[in-house]
Design a protein around this ligand. Sequence first.
Ligand SMILES: *Cc1c(COP(=O)(O)O)cnc(C)c1O
Length: 228
Amino acid sequence: MIRVTENLRVIRDLLAQASNDAGRGEHPVKLLAVSKKQPLAAVLAAAGAGQVDFGENFVQEGLEKIAATAHLDLVWHYIGHLQANKTRQVAQHFDWVHTVDRLRIARRLSDQRPAGRDDLQVCLQVNIDDEASKSGIGPDELPGLAAAVAELPRLQLRGLMCLPRNRDDFDAQREPFARMRQLLAALRQDGLELDTLSMGMSGDFRAAIFEGSTIVRIGTAVFGSRPT
Ligand SMILES: *Cc1c(COP(=O)(O)O)cnc(C)c1O
C-alpha cells in the first residue's frame, strides 16, 4: 500500500509536468483515481495520501466503497456503461457520471436525483473513434443531446468524456483528443457553459493534457494492475 502513496506522488508530478509543457500552468488537471476491481484498502491508502476523486465502473462495487468511506469527504465518479435499471442507485449515491450517452438515461438520472443533494455532475460520452464495441454518442448527434441534457433539472452538464482506441505514438494519441477539444469548443460556441474534458488514462494522459483534458482517469498507474 506504500506503493499507492509513491505512485500518486509520481503521477501528480507527471501531470504537473505535462500541464507545464503544454503551456497550461501547473494545476489545471484533476486526477481521478480509477479504483475498479481494487480492494477497499487501496482506496483508503490513496485517500490517506490526499486523493479525493475516485472512479468506479461497476455500480454494486462502487456502492460498497461509497458506504465504507462515508466518513471521508471523497468524491465518487461513475465511469462505467450505465444501464437504465441502475440509474437510481447511481443518481442517489454518486457525485458525477461521465458516461451519459442517451437522453433516456439522462432523464432518469434527473428524475431520480434526490432533491436534498447537490446537482449530479454529468459528462456526455462521445464515441470518438466510431467503434462498434464502445458506447457513446456520435459527434453528429452530440449537439442535440447536449442541448436537451442541459435543460434537465438536478443535473449539471459539465462537458465531454471519451475512451479512444489504443494508439502507441504520442502524436497519434493527440488526434482523437484534439477532435474532442473541438467538439467542446463548438458546444460552448452554441452557448452551453461547459468546462470539462474527461480524457486520458494511464497510457495516454500526457497527450490528453496537451489537448486540454481537465480530468484524467487513471487506474493502473495509481493502483497497479487490476486483479483478474
Ligand atoms: C479502467 C478505466 C480507466 C483507467 O484505466 P487505466 O488504463 O487502468 O488507467 C479509465 N477510464 C475508464 C472509463 C475505465 O474503464
